[in-house]
Design a protein around this ligand. Structure first.
Ligand code: SAM
Length: 230
């Protein structure tokens, strides 16, 4: 399986890059005439046949690996490279969009190269999970900027407090767009939680234990997929 850019597909041929030729020929050891699957990361898959430095498209494929709901994860950036893991795992779990945010207690202010890195990780994870779509990774902005999602079920995960469990709040049959917000290592400030509630977010718990900022998105996504996937 390889990911291709839509521009590589021309008149039924896939124009392979040097890296792709290397991967198919040297890593996967495919020979002339061998078949492989190509995906464009925006919903299309094809069965293709290797022909020298390019490939012949044999037929389009139908792949059903996407969730019946669209999940946007708003996640305050954890320190170090912790966000790499969030992007990788949440892509595997089926997230549609990841919005990294700077919160009042965020320690990290990422470089522009980080965004490119996260997008690359998302593309790799989508490919390995056989997803039809690569999730969108938005540019990091202040948390307050991301409070305005409309027409969606919106939840803010709060580690302390007597809030209902996310599991008991999901209403995916009524509303297919879900937005879930996870705070940084130091947690959300009281003002951030109150502002989110005022904007229509429902505060929820992920259980009695305090999860790391990297673990919490995975737990939230797992609960949603368990509830909505048949
Ligand atoms: N010391 C912080 C506090 O007391 O809020 C802990 C923050 S936790 C490491 C990072 C984020 O993960 C939290 O802001 C929250 O969004 C989420 N989180 C972790 N455990 C949670 C739980 N049991 N219920 C809901 N959210 C949780």
């Amino acid at each position: 399986r390889i990911a291709i850019a839509p521009s590589q597909l021309q008149q039924g041929q896939i124009l392979l890059t040097k890296d792709q030729q290397h991967y198919l020929g040297r890593v996967l050891r495919l020979r002339e005439g061998d078949r492989f699957i190509a995906m464009d990361g925006i919903g299309k898959w094809w069965l293709a046949q290797l022909e020298g430095e390019q490939a012949q498209v044999l037929e389009p494929l139908t792949v059903e690996t996407e969730l019946p709901v669209s999940i946007t994860l708003i996640a305050a950036l954890p320190k170090g490279n912790g966000f790499d893991e969030v992007v990788r795992c949440c892509t595997e779990l089926g997230v549609a969009c990841i919005a990294p945010v700077l919160s009042d207690r965020t320690l990290l202010h990422p470089s522009p190269q980080k965004l490119e890195r996260w997008r690359r990780i998302a593309a790799e994870a989508a490919e390995q999970s056989e997803r039809s779509f690569v999730p969108t990774i938005l540019e990091p902005v202040a948390f307050s900027t991301e409070l305005s999602f409309v027409n969606s079920q919106r939840y803010i995960c709060v580690a302390r407090g007597d809030f209902p469990h996310l599991r008991d709040c999901l209403q995916y049959k009524k509303q297919r767009d879900i937005v879930i917000a996870i705070g940084p290592e130091g947690g959300w400030t009281e003002k951030e939680v109150q502002d989110a509630i005022a904007s229509g977010f429902q505060p929820v718990s992920l259980g009695r234990r305090i999860l790391r900022a990297v673990t919490a998105p995975v737990v939230a996504l797992s609960l949603i997929t368990a509830a909505c996937e048949v």
